[in-house]
Design a protein around this ligand. Structure first.
Ligand SMILES: [Zn+2]
Length: 444
């Protein structure tokens, strides 16, 4: 290693999340990402210019960004060419002039290549090529597959995402459509996202989609293949009722619109992005068979997207809550009451190994179904312990206090204690920090 390389590592290798220590970087915070992308479906080639506005949190001789195996052509810092080294998922940058603590700075990265999902414990995640387009499903480490970023859930930024691609295709990204301009054979779509957003929730969806909108205070949009339009209209047809029910239970919907994208391929599970959810063709059948997913993904807009886990060990704050929202919607929408779901899932969990801590499942098991189901049971048990009034007041307070921010399990427990007539620490220890499954919540 020459001295120059040693300098480059300054600020580059700071572990930020014990679950995913190779992702995310210390020393600075990105405030805004302006991404200008060109995508060719035929070749799968993405060419991008990422303009980042960041703030140095200490004096920095260098810093690093997360970026997958795309070719970097140029890096500018404050408009001046910077030295850089790219490999192993990191783009280490050494600006011509060191950065001063507290100073804002601009970074521009030009890059290109055929994006590939980032390899992870959960397979390749991030940018995916579709037969007739592309999709992004980044949770938890896929964002660097398509743009250079500081990939950590506790940093949120605003975005502008411009995508130019073949004219017959529709582009959906997070935020509102600010521009759509058609030129010779290609159309440019620009989406602006003024709401602070975690990198894993940034998204681009490209495909042959019909765009539909159900107007309302919160417009409900759908980007769906024409052949599935009728099924989708039925399967997502109760989202307006769901939204109203969830606003009553969780507090105001945190964004100004909601878009569902149905890709014309099968997906294992739907995935959430900021103000957007992505479903597979296999999740619509015209009979609302998968309506629980519709509820789950919508609920993520509050739990996960607006209130984001400060680190991945708190994943139950996303998945336990979104899973419980499935039962809440069942109850509100004329299906089985939450008590029935809770009894059934308690019996199933009782028959499974009890070797997982919901409050700290470990990186390999953060998407284990038990985190989802026991997380939901935890909330149901809490509701039956404190009563509906206190429970839903707590949820509304939670989404208000941490709106567009980040949160930890400890913060949830502290807030819950304030909404309960007696301390709940033992309750939470039993449900979240003990492997053995507690007795089932007592039905009302
Ligand atoms: Zn989920």
């Amino acid at each position: 290693m020459n001295p120059h390389q040693r300098d480059l590592s300054v600020g580059a290798a700071v572990s930020t999340d014990p679950y995913l220590p190779r992702h995310g970087n210390g020393g600075y915070r990105v405030q805004h990402y302006d991404l200008d992308l060109e995508y060719r479906v035929s070749s799968g080639r993405l060419a991008g210019r990422a303009a980042l506005t960041a703030l140095a949190e200490r004096n920095l001789a260098g810093f690093s960004l997360d970026l997958g195996p795309l070719r970097v052509d140029r890096v500018l810092v404050e408009g001046r060419p910077a030295r850089y080294r790219h490999g192993g998922g990191k783009l280490a940058v050494r600006p011509a002039v060191p950065l001063r603590e507290g100073a804002p700075f601009a970074v521009e990265v030009r890059y290109a290549g055929v994006p590939r999902g980032i390899r992870s414990h959960w397979g390749a995640v991030g940018w995916e090529h579709l037969d007739d387009g592309a999709m992004v499903a980044s949770q938890p480490v896929g964002a660097p597959s398509w743009f250079p970023c500081n990939d950590r859930p506790d940093h949120k930024s605003t975005y502008a995402t411009t995508v130019t691609t073949g004219t017959p295709l529709t582009v959906v990204a997070h935020g509102h459509l600010a521009l759509r301009r058609t030129g010779a054979g290609a159309t440019t779509w620009r989406y602006e996202q003024p709401v602070p957003t975690a990198t894993y929730l940034a998204t681009v969806q490209i495909g042959r989609y019909d765009l539909r909108e159900t107007p309302g205070r919160i417009p409900l949009r759908a980007a769906v293949p024409a052949r599935l339009a009728t099924r989708c209209a039925h399967d997502f047809g109760r989202q307006d009722l769901m939204l109203a029910a969830f606003e009553e239970m969780f507090g105001p919907y945190p964004f100004d619109a909601y878009t569902v994208v149905v890709v014309d391929e099968e997906l294992e599970v739907p995935v959430e992005a900021q103000g957007v959810s992505i479903f597979g063709a296999n999740h619509v059948d015209g009979r609302r068979t998968h309506e629980r997913f519709v509820a789950h993904e919508l609920a993520h807009q509050w739990f996960g997207n607006s209130v984001t886990p400060a680190s991945w060990r708190h994943i139950w704050l996303n998945e336990g809550f979104a899973s419980y929202a499935e039962w809440l919607w069942s109850e509100a929408g004329g299906g089985e009451p939450a008590d029935a779901h809770a009894a059934r899932w308690h019996a199933r969990l009782a028959a499974q190994p009890q070797d997982l801590l919901v409050g700290d499942p470990g990186v390999r098991r953060m998407f284990d179904d038990r985190v989802y189901r026991r997380g939901a049971l935890t909330l149901h048990a809490l509701r039956r312990t404190v009563g509906d009034a206190a429970f839903f007041a707590l949820l509304r307070s939670w989404t208000a206090v941490h709106r567009h921010g980040t949160a930890t399990t400890g913060e949830f427990i502290r807030l819950a204690n304030r909404h309960a007539p007696y301390p709940l620490d033992t309750f939470f220890t039993t449900w979240l920090d003990t492997p053995a499954l507690p007795p089932p919540p007592v039905p009302r």
